[in-house]
Design a protein. Sequence first.
Lengths: 232, 232, 219, 219
Amino acid sequence: MITKTVPNVSSALEGIQSGMTLMLGGFGLCGIPENLIKTIAKSPLKDFTCISANVGVDDFGLGLLFQHKKIKTMIGSYVGENAEFERQMLSNEIEVVLTPMGTLAEKCRAAQMGIPAFYTPAGYGTEVAEGKEVRSFHSKKYILEEAYQADFALIKAWKGDHAGNLIFRGTAKNFNSVMCGAAKNTVVEVEELLPPGELDPNQIHTPGIFVDRIFEGTSYEKRIENLTLKTL
Amino acid sequence: MITKTVPNVSSALEGIQSGMTLMLGGFGLCGIPENLIKTIAKSPLKDFTCISANVGVDDFGLGLLFQHKKIKTMIGSYVGENAEFERQMLSNEIEVVLTPMGTLAEKCRAAQMGIPAFYTPAGYGTEVAEGKEVRSFHSKKYILEEAYQADFALIKAWKGDHAGNLIFRGTAKNFNSVMCGAAKNTVVEVEELLPPGELDPNQIHTPGIFVDRIFEGTSYEKRIENLTLKTL
Amino acid sequence: MALDKEGIAKRIAKELKNGYYVNLGIGIPTLVANYVPEGLQLEFQSENGVLGMGPFPIAGQEDADLINAGKQTITTLAGASFFDSSTSFGMIRGRHIDLSVLGAMQVDQSGAIANWKIPGKLVKGMGGAMDLVASAENIIVAMMHTDRKGNSKLKSKCSLPLTGVACVKRVVTNLAVIDITYEGFYLKERAPQVEVEEIIQATEGLLIVPNQVPEMILD
Amino acid sequence: MALDKEGIAKRIAKELKNGYYVNLGIGIPTLVANYVPEGLQLEFQSENGVLGMGPFPIAGQEDADLINAGKQTITTLAGASFFDSSTSFGMIRGRHIDLSVLGAMQVDQSGAIANWKIPGKLVKGMGGAMDLVASAENIIVAMMHTDRKGNSKLKSKCSLPLTGVACVKRVVTNLAVIDITYEGFYLKERAPQVEVEEIIQATEGLLIVPNQVPEMILD
């Protein structure tokens, strides 16, 4: 077995530098790498290009990186619900690249799986297709999309073992599992880190080969963005 | 919930016709849809195009379909270990299309996921690339491969529920999970069919949306092709 | 009488068929889940990675790991499953989702839809909308017939940046049910007590009006 | 003295490094697993969908659902995982596998490999070999230096249909360790007591021979 454990969040982030491209798992505030984000927010590092579905809220999630002006370019899909992000976007402090969410997921998965490019129908006929090759297959139009290239993938999983095997929980799986192994370095924080053999090999969502470093995070807040209850 | 259960193997195969293209899960004799194969072997249907990693052995697995001369075209990757297949291939009774195994898997996955085509490095510079587009990405050469188009996917899973959700076991997952939903009709036989709610939604390998019909198979042989034991 | 949002949702619920996997967008589309006809087998997908969504949780049962694409807390029903975003959009792109219901700013008579960007205004991004409209077998738009200024949202040609082309099959508004055909918009049904003339006035694109335009049946 | 198959496997085992994910082909490559240096953290992958393979099972412990790519019954070690074929070849294509060891019929001085087809003879298919050689970071070929008729398998140009181009980095044969460089084959090591002249004779392609050619160290 190959051990992927590192003692803490600082060692997990060893080698990260200003100006790098980061992938961040999570959708809204669900399944976000809280410890990794907080540590980067407090660091002197900056000028990151971030690839993530959303931008968090003002004071939590990816929002912390905007609050601390760590981001130069944001590649995302839905970027609402964050006033500081909006301010930086409108004042042109940051560059924003908007991508259909399924295309974003597939560009991560392509990077993970060694597929350099693929065709998708999403965005054909829209401004997303500008400058991209259009091709017909079976009389439907598709556009060519390339795999992302990133330096670090910052991932949150529910359970993991020392070999880097991961299990996600509920809809916190989202972009986390498709970003593992999609960057040069994949760093994972888990709620519970277990010795090898504790996870059923049939039930592993992401094999450890896609993970470079794993550690158990602390003090998870797991905030709920939009609490909605059944009206009885 | 949408119920996918059918009472037996005959109803599972309703609509299958001679000349159709079938995908068959399994690798060697591991994870093969035994009941579905046996039923087709005994039927009057023929002239199938089959997409499957291997060709089984003479008297079991996909080999049964060769024994009963059901196959017109075989699209596969490794076609050894079956004398009757070899005979039919050498006498030109069947057409054989050989595909790198990873490309075969990805062409199934592409069909499943609505990706019409993708680039892969496998086969570049070989006869597999003949007639295919070659393109460079980041100074490496890739060839364009298109998604398969099939009529029926014949799948074997370990456990399933009435909603069509599937769990595979060990290396019997192989091509089974990537073929689900990759054909117009996906038919699954399972060793154990459970009521909905019995499977943990976190642990489902293939969601029921990729499955059209599911039934509990009978009399599984689960033969071992190459029993290899530790020499003590 | 023009429909309210609930009325639009009720009418769209009539489009649901047995065995449908359905993706409901944010806004009016979400309300459709409240009017599923009894006896239908359906599953609701949310593109962030869940199939088999149930009602919202009761207080104390909420779970930060269980949300929908609108970031609302949810529950799941028996037979549910969770999956990653690549698989989720694979379901959509691979046409495994039978019906997608979305809101829109504009729809035009060629079936194009604009629902994500107003030049000069704050852009929140397309989210999953471009994947959904490029892929789903049936796409129904739920929207008001006109905007707040009274401008028609059913155009001869969308003036806003597009989300997708030649994709919308049917539009249900507060005034009418309108199909997109090769010839243009086709007036299929009118809201209860709404006159055909009012619908014609409120529609900018070419509207084909048959001799008989039945009233919607909502219940 | 020329090496036997076990000797070739022993020499290749010296290429294993800490933290390597390794895919071993059928034949001589499989034997490499028997000579893993102590203390190394390694995992063996089999492309049919398992990472963390252990030894073959003891009698009675065999399981039809647990096989390797050679269809042999296997066991797994703590930390193992199972996955589908698309993910498995994704690991390979995405260069997550650090070392792939394969057999070959021919290797040429440009790093091309032929190991799947002899025209006019029965073809069994390429299996996963084309994916492996197109993708793995390090590709080592394990083979005899010459075929049964005495013809060199290290060619100036492969005459058999190719499995991949410009991919092989190193060849370990019964006679020598040979690297593929921009200039051609480079003789790196010779088998114990094998003379350089014998290797030159047995090599058809351009072979660069340095002044000193050390003997392989096997133990």
